[in-house]
Design a protein around this ligand. Structure first.
Ligand code: SD4
Length: 336
């Protein structure tokens, strides 16, 4: 059972290893495995254009030699706290009952994991997910239980439904037609993955999920292996888009496993997207109705992305600066 005590012990041990040089030997082995003597680190990647601002908060930590775990938590807290970002945290669009329910998960370099789903009234679900990871014997808490736990940890109960989201929900109720439109929210879930100066990987993912979903619906974002996966020996991946399709292929675990088999981050994302497309064909579903995007980072700091529909972008911050990149897609954007 991973208690907070063992977590701290493990953290101290790995830190001591680095000081004594043992960690360096380990790290060298890992970089040799990933084929690069000169890893591109630190580096942080995150989904959509709000990733640019989030990356800045993460970079502040990474650039000072901080831990990737702290960086990804701090990074995704930026859109979580921003009421104008209407698909994450405070300000997120509600479900069809008018309730803002949030999903988030986090994973560190030791494969510690924590997750919350359908959590209401808490602005920073990512920090509750981290508390689940560090302070409970479990890895996932949902709904009321997650809220009770958050309150017990001192998180504040707040109304997260902002007037713009309430207005849109009331408009939506007139037709009550659930038909998420691809890319329409432009920037949806924030998934963030980072490699720190010590060569360790971590990731975080947080969202209000699909707007006007059924109450209780949970997407891929809080599910380790679907919306996020980190293997400190190989790489990390996170996803955005229609969570049902990401869960169906255990998307981010798949991307990391494909990197383990020797694919580059981009090749791994392409392969996972092909899997999504194939299952849509087999199930005779309309591909135009869905978007899925993956971003991936390997142990050497190589990164890549791929998505189903054109229009997905992601932000990358490394020594060369912070930039937004348009992901290549299976279905190109129509020419203007
Ligand atoms: C979900 N993957 O809840 C999230 C939402 C999202 O672009 O990323 N939309 O399914």
């Amino acid at each position: 059972m991973a208690t907070r005590k063992t977590f701290i012990k493990l953290g101290l041990l790995s830190g001591a290893g680095l000081v004594m040089g043992a960690g360096k030997v380990e790290a060298k082995k890992e970089f040799a495995k990933s084929g690069s003597k000169n890893p591109n680190k630190p580096i942080v990647l995150s989904t959509w254009n709000f990733g640019l601002k989030a990356n800045e908060a993460a970079w502040d930590i990474l650039n000072k030699g901080g831990r990737a775990l702290d960086a990804v938590e701090a990074g995704v807290m930026v859109p979580e706290a921003d009421p104008t970002e209407r698909s994450v945290g405070y300000g997120g669009r509600p479900d069809r009952d008018g309730r803002v329910t949030l999903d988030a998960c986090i994973m560190d370099e030791l494969s510690n994991i924590g997750s919350v789903a359908a959590l209401e009234f808490i602005k920073h679900p990512i920090s509750v997910a981290r508390a689940v990871m560090e302070k409970t014997p479990h890895v996932m808490l949902v709904g009321d239980g997650a809220l009770q736990f958050a309150l017990s940890q001192g998180f504040k109960k707040e109304n997260l439904l902002v007037p713009d989201s309430e207005r849109e929900w009331k408009e939506w109720l007139l037709k009550s037609e659930y038909k998420p439109i691809v890319n329409i929210e432009n920037h949806d879930t924030i998934g963030m993955i980072a490699l720190d100066a010590a060569g360790n990987l971590s990731g975080a993912c947080t969202t209000s999920g699909m707007a006007f979903k059924m109450h209780g619906r949970v997407g891929d974002s809080p599910i380790i292996g679907a919306g996020l996966y980190v293997d400190n020996e190989i790489g990390a991946a996170t996803a955005t888009g229609h969570g049902e399709e990401v869960i169906r292929i255990a998307g981010c675990h798949l991307v990391v496993e494909l990197m383990r088999q020797g694919k580059s981050p981009k090749e791994a994302c392409i392969e996972a997207v092909k899997r999504v497309v194939r299952l849509m064909e087999i199930r005779k579903k309309n591909l135009a109705d869905i978007q899925v995007g993956f971003i991936a980072l390997d142990k050497a700091g190589n990164y890549g992305s791929y998505c189903v529909q054109g229009g997905f972008n992601y932000a990358v911050y490394d020594k060369t600066g912070n930039k937004l990149i348009d992901a290549e897609s299976h279905v190109p954007l129509p020419k203007k």
